[in-house]
Write a protein that binds this ligand. Structure first.
Ligand code: PMP
Length: 360
């Protein structure tokens, strides 16, 4: 009998692998993980209590409709429950959005470089990825994106602020772009970092989605809310998009623990705002520190900064790691550094200063 392997879909060949941020070393000098845009604070008040209570029901499946969380979200954001869908992190919903709209022969567009999951989930769907380069200032080039739309375009991601550059698109340019997108093409405003925005010119996607049926907003509890490990995110979209998301979601994908923790986090908004405010202050300190040292840093509205180090990327990441801070290198392009606790940011700033003095 000849040995053959099971036939796998050809589109799975050469899918880029998702590279998670490297963990801090378990041994050696104290190391800080600034590689995954996580929140350095522990869960918000009430979250651990809700988690312990949920633990008593681990023998049961979670509420598949996420009723409590959906009701809380509807009230908090002033949207109908029928316009909501939850998922295993916003990346899970992003994948459902692509699967709901695109397949072989279709195109999914996004800026590049942007969130590294976009090309992966596009390739899995069988659709073609259309990557539109960021401008020289590392910002979405919305004019070039509008020009790249074809009759095969099915979905366009706009990551605002953009991961990994932290840059934003503002209201007028976004509206102008949306006016150019055909109404049967879905535009996904990925707002994973929205809570960190302080630039009042940047719109809240929920205001934009209200009278644009082809706009969906993607949010997560992983960043500002500090629940990255629990895997819960949500989308706000009109019917039939929201209904398609609920249909394509993995059944019981969001655990009861995650649902209850998300509700508790929404109810701790004062604390949330305080913590986000502190991280934004730290961001300003890091940004100002870097520019004072001589670095060119794109203006960031997220919980990370971008250093376009080009061919020095890997060397810089190694210097940081040696000093005890793990950052996220994109070889040949640059390094993304999350804003962490003050000591971690201090250590990073000292390392960046030494590197700049020695190499530039
Ligand atoms: N969108 C963007 C822009 C991100 O940076 C991330 C996390 N790296 C996500 C979505 C996914 O986050 P999660 O799945 O944890 O909600």
């Amino acid at each position: 009998m000849s040995e053959t392997s099971p036939k796998l879909r050809a589109v799975l060949d050469d899918i880029p692998t998702y590279k998670p941020g490297k963990p801090a070393a378990a041994d050696g000098p104290i190391a800080y993980k600034l590689s995954s845009n996580e929140n350095p604070y522990p869960p918000l008040p009430g979250v651990l209590e809700s988690a312990l209570a949920a633990a008593h029901g681990f023998n049961r499946y979670p509420d598949m409709a996420c009723t409590g969380l959906m009701n809380e979200l509807a009230e908090r954001f002033g949207v109908p429950v029928t316009h909501l869908a939850t998922g295993t992190g916003s990346v899970g919903i992003a994948q459902s959005l692509v699967q709901s709209t695109a397949g072989p022969g279709d195109e999914v567009m996004f800026a590049w470089r942007s969130f590294e999951a976009y090309p992966i989930i596009t390739q899995i769907s069988g659709a073609a990825a259309v990557k539109v380069p960021l401008t020289a200032g590392a910002v979405h080039d919305l004019d070039a994106m509008a020009e790249a739309i074809t009759d095969r375009t099915r979905l366009i991601f706009v990551c605002n602020p953009n991961n990994p550059t932290g840059t934003v698109v503002r209201r007028a340019e976004l509206e102008r772009f949306l006016d150019r997108v055909p109404s049967d093409v879905l535009v996904v405003l990925d707002e994973a970092y929205i809570e960190f925005i302080r630039d009042s010119g940047v719109p809240n996607g929920i205001e934009i989605y209200r009278d644009r049926p082809n706009v969906a907003v993607l949010r997560t509890f992983s960043k500002a809310y500090g629940l990255a490990g629990l895997r819960v995110g949500f989308a706000i979209a009109h019917e039939p998009v929201a209904a398609a998301l609920r249909k394509t979601a993995v059944p019981f994908g969001v655990s009861q623990l995650a649902q209850d923790a998300a509700v508790a986090s929404l109810r701790a908004e004062d604390e949330l705002l305080g913590r986000v405010g502190s991280l934004v202050c730290e961001r300003t300190r890091v940004y100002d520190g870097l520019t004072a040292q001589g670095w060119t840093v794109p203006e960031t509205q997220a919980n990370f900064v971008w250093l376009g180090l080009g061919e020095r990327t890997v060397e810089f990441a190694a210097a940081c790691e040696k000093a005890g801070v793990v950052v996220r290198p994109f070889p040949g392009e640059g390094v993304r550094v999350s804003i962490g606790e003050a000591e971690a940011n201090d250590l990073f700033l000292r390392t960046a200063e030494t590197f700049f003095k020695e190499k530039f």
